[in-house]
Design a protein around this ligand. Structure first.
Ligand code: CMP
Length: 133
């Protein structure tokens, strides 16, 4: 069984969409293995988004991701990393396909509701950040 990290970002919490989003994953057949609500600090944001620090959009991304609580979730299932990425859709909600979470519920490339690990290496790294052993 594979595991992936999902973050329900500040806009998902503020728009009362956590149940809608988690429900999609559960109805698909993915198991919630671990879950916690937390505030992401600027320090934690720089660790989680290490690949993006230095990009032009990073300062606004950090303001957004630290603005209010997120829900961190470990999902478990067969090929869960790829399955969840397909369900989440393209980064920009305007371009994301209908039927995906972002395609149905977001109109932004920053406030796009969900983060999901993009590879087995990222999943391992990101799960360790939010659920250290
Ligand atoms: P996420 O999948 O969490 O990975 C990096 C995040 O940076 C992304 O979702 C968006 O929230 C944000 N992001 C990516 N590209 C852009 C962009 N071009 N402009 C603004 N925010 C972006």
């Amino acid at each position: 069984m594979e595991r992936t990290l999902v973050l329900l970002k500040p806009d998902a919490v503020e728009r009362f969409l956590c149940g809608e989003i988690l429900g999609r994953f559960e109805r698909k057949g993915l198991r919630i293995a671990q879950m916690r609500m937390l505030n992401i600090t600027p320090e934690l944001a720089k660790i989680h988004y290490a690949d993006h620090v230095g990009k032009s959009f990073y300062p606004n991304l950090e303001v957004y991701i630290t603005s209010s609580p997120v829900v961190a979730v470990v999902l478990e299932g067969e090929e869960v990393i790829a399955v969840v990425r397909r369900m989440v859709g393209a980064t920009n909600g305007i371009e994301a396909e209908p039927g995906t979470i972002r395609g149905d519920l977001s109109m932004s490339n920053r406030t796009n509701l969900v983060h999901a690990s993009d590879s087995p290496e990222s999943a391992k790294r990101e799960i360790n950040i939010f659920f250290p052993k």
